[in-house]
Write a protein that binds this ligand. Structure first.
Ligand code: GLA
Length: 385
């Protein structure tokens, strides 16, 4: 019986030496929220919560993966990918579709997917799955193209196949992360560079609200549409405006009259957030963590009051963190509507933060938080890289 099973499997499966492992990290965004699709600035770090796929490449055109968390098995044919199924395999199938559209040669595989990244938590498990899939599916490593190009192909998978109109930040961070650093991306020029973090003295601590994010996709797509409508309205009177990146603080007073209050506040968030990214980088370079703390607090307030994506749970976590001595900076991270906060915390204060959150958050919200001290890691690739 066993012999018959083995005989029907692809030949490579019989050879343990053929097993390959790819990894792709999640990300935490330090600042620059909802700026990427407005062609602004973002400052994410790839983190050591990640997705791995162990697989054998095959010379058929079948992709078959098992999720180690659920035992769920999913498959598709590279020559007949079909429409999305509203399941995790969509991120893999969508990536295969986008890679093929970009002319990258692919192979079939049999594999298992393992993740330490909590899903639907604002830490980009979707982007990590796309990047891991891209590395696993491409015939030559990383499709033989620069990691930023791979990130753009994975973003296309999510926009055009999965149906989430996300910007480039998540796929960029998972593809281009740098060990020990955050990475600044200018989403218009696509230039990027590492930004040093004070990790000798401080930790990056991610805290999960434990709340679900059911409205994220619709609300996210709506925010993006509002921003694009505001930019289009402004462009009608000023052709130099191609996106909200082109709106300056000096233009803001006129914007309210042109686009109405809600769109004005979305614009004000984007304009002020881009400035805060630059100021945060300057403050980090100067070692001025008090200034970083003020900038992250202002970012959080702007996301709450102007962009309206902060849930009461995110607010509670930031409020609790800011009462703990040694927490230099705290804000929500990612799309919002639930998910996580990011905290920059003196290394000797991490336990006090854990204790404060465990003591206060469940009684305030009825939810169970999860606290992760994370490291900044390199972008996706083969495990041995
Ligand atoms: C999600 C999207 C990103 C970005 C953030 C908000 O993570 O995938 O492209 O827009 O939200 O900053």
């Amino acid at each position: 019986m066993r012999a018959a099973l083995v005989a029907s499997e692809p030949r490579a499966a019989a050879d343990p030496g053929a097993i390959r492992i790819v990894r792709a990290p999640g990300r935490v965004n330090l600042i620059g929220e909802h700026t990427d699709y407005n062609l602004g600035l973002v400052l994410p770090a790839a983190i050591d919560l990640e997705i791995r796929i162990a697989f054998v490449p095959t010379d058929d055109r079948r992709v078959e993966l098992v999720s180690s968390a659920t035992g769920d098995r999913a498959r598709f044919d590279l020559d007949a990918i079909g429409p999305r199924r509203r399941a995790w395999i969509d991120y893999v199938a969508g990536t295969a579709w986008a890679l093929a559209e970009a002319g990258i040669a692919l192979h079939g595989l049999r594999g298992i997917l393992v993740s330490s990244l909590p899903t639907a938590s604002g830490l980009s498990s979707s982007a990590a799955l796309e990047l891991a899939a891209a590395w696993a599916l491409a015939d030559s490593p990383g499709g033989n193209i620069p990691p930023l190009s791979l990130a753009r192909i994975c973003q296309r998978a999510e926009n055009a196949y999965v149906g989430v109109n996300c910007g480039l930040m998540d796929q960029f961070a998972s593809a281009c992360g740098v060990t020990g650093d955050a990475v600044l991306l200018d989403c218009r020029s696509l230039e990027f560079r590492p930004v040093a973090l004070p990790l000798a003295t401080h930790s990056l601590v991610v805290i999960h609200t434990g709340s679900t994010r059911s409205l994220t996709t619709s609300q996210y797509n709506l925010r993006r549409a509002q921003c694009e409508a505001a930019a289009a309205a402004l462009a009608a009177g000023n052709p130099a405006i191609e996106s909200l990146r082109d709106v300056t603080p000096a233009m803001l007073p006129k914007v309210r009259a042109l686009v109405g209050d809600a769109a004005f506040r979305r614009c004000r968030h984007v304009v002020s957030e881009n400035a805060r990214v630059v100021e945060t980088i300057d403050a980090l370079a100067a070692g001025d963590l008090d200034a970083v703390g003020r900038l992250w607090a202002a970012s959080h307030a702007s996301l709450r009051d102007d962009f309206e994506v902060v849930s009461p749970e995110l607010d509670a976590l930031v409020e609790i963190a800011t009462t703990v001595p040694g927490v230099a900076a705290a804000r929500m991270t990612g799309a919002g509507f639930g998910g996580c906060t990011i905290n920059l915390v003196a290394r000797d204060a991490v336990d006090a933060l854990r204790d404060a959150v465990a003591a206060e958050y469940p009684t305030r919200t009825g939810l169970v938080p999860r606290v992760y001290a994370v490291d900044a890691v390199s972008g996706a690739g083969f495990l041995a890289d």
